[in-house]
Design a protein around this ligand. Structure first.
Ligand code: ZN
Length: 341
């Protein structure tokens, strides 16, 4: 067996990023300061919160480091949640974890609940999951720590709060849509407004937010010896490769803010075996529900179209009919597992 060949990509040019940063700096300088008809908290209360935040600084920095080093992936953030819960408990705050069918959800509340005459409920949202292999590249450890720190600073003034503040820990933001799962189960019920901090690689004055869906496409072919009887095989990896190409071509004809990015999850075992199964996973993002729906449908069409092309649905009338029937029964030759959520 000869040795494998590997290559590392060179660093992409910073030119476009530099332009973005320059634009952001220009816009930030020209930005009109935000004003409001509300005067905000009385100075004494604001000063007390700032003081509490300053006192908690070391705890918050430590928590960020702990969550960063744990680097637990979606739905498995057990130790990260325990670290947050531990800090809250040390401040005498009651914490609930593992509610609403997700073992790594977290909630804590202080202040005056609406039922007790409070003026409303504001949620501070914490995320804490990392990416597999790469760790906390998105900075969710900073979200966890800043949310917990902000909550604790307000908790220190709990007796003077006119309303309720809740800390909501939402698992699985790097794939898994933790917030959506929890929202469906009522985790956010009663919340009037929610705030969260998300780090970024440069300052952003106004950041566009895109809705996201996940699509898993599974192609099932027919295994065969790739040298002795390749003509008896139907190659699931071919369907996946063409699907990936087709999505690439589709990009030219998408609205500018749409995003589609995918990986090949499975693509065969040995070069000598025509791959019987291949699986792709895509994240599909768009700025509006209508355009997200449109983009989702187009990717579904690509998935089915490539099954027709690469897996030979049209070759044999009987096979095709059976395959379509199987597909329609959701367990057939092509299995579009459907959009997650
Ligand atoms: Zn993130």
């Amino acid at each position: 067996m000869s040795t494998a060949t590997t290559a590392t990509g060179s660093a992409p040019s910073r030119a476009y990023l530099d332009l973005l940063e320059a634009t952001t700096r220009r816009r930030a300088l020209a930005f009109e300061p935000l004003t409001s008809t509300h005067t905000g908290a009385p100075e004494a209360a604001a000063a007390a919160v700032r003081r509490a935040a300053a006192e908690g600084r070391d705890d918050v920095a430590t928590l960020a480091g702990v969550v960063h080093d744990l680097a637990e992936v979606a739905f498995e953030e057990h130790a990260s949640v325990a670290a947050i819960a531990d800090l809250l408990t040390r401040h005498g705050i009651e914490v609930e974890t593992g509610t609403h069918s997700l073992a790594t959800s977290l909630s804590a509340r202080v202040g005056l609940a609406p039922g007790d005459g409070g003026t409303g409920t504001i949620a501070i949202v914490a995320e804490y999951d990392a990416l597999p292999g790469i760790g906390h590249a998105c900075g969710h450890h900073l979200i966890a720590a800043s949310a917990t720190g902000a909550f604790l600073a307000l908790a220190a003034q709990a007796r003077d709060l006119p309303g309720e503040v809740v800390l909501l820990g939402t698992p699985a933001e790097e794939g898994g849509s933790g917030k959506e799962l929890l929202w469906r189960e009522g985790f956010f019920d009663g919340v009037d407004a929610a705030v969260m901090l998300h780090p970024f690689s440069y300052d952003v004055v106004d950041h566009p937010f895109l809705g996201r869906r996940q699509l898993v496409v599974t192609y099932r072919g027919v295994a065969a010896h790739a040298s002795a009887q390749p003509f008896m095989g139907r190659n699931a990896l071919d369907a996946a490769a063409l699907n990936y190409q087709a999505v690439g071509l589709l990009r030219q004809h998408l609205p500018p803010s749409d995003r589609v990015h995918g990986v090949v999850r499975e693509g065969g075992d040995r070069p000598s075996i025509v791959p019987e199964l291949a699986r792709l996973e895509y994240y599909v993002r768009s700025a509006h529900p209508e355009t997200l729906r449109d983009l989702s449908r187009r990717l579904e069409d690509v998935a089915v179209g490539l099954a027709l092309t690469a897996l030979d649905w049209l070759h044999d009338g009987e096979l095709r009919a059976a395959a379509v029937a199987d597909f329609e029964a959701a367990g057939g030759v092509v299995d579009v597992e459907g959009y997650f959520a």
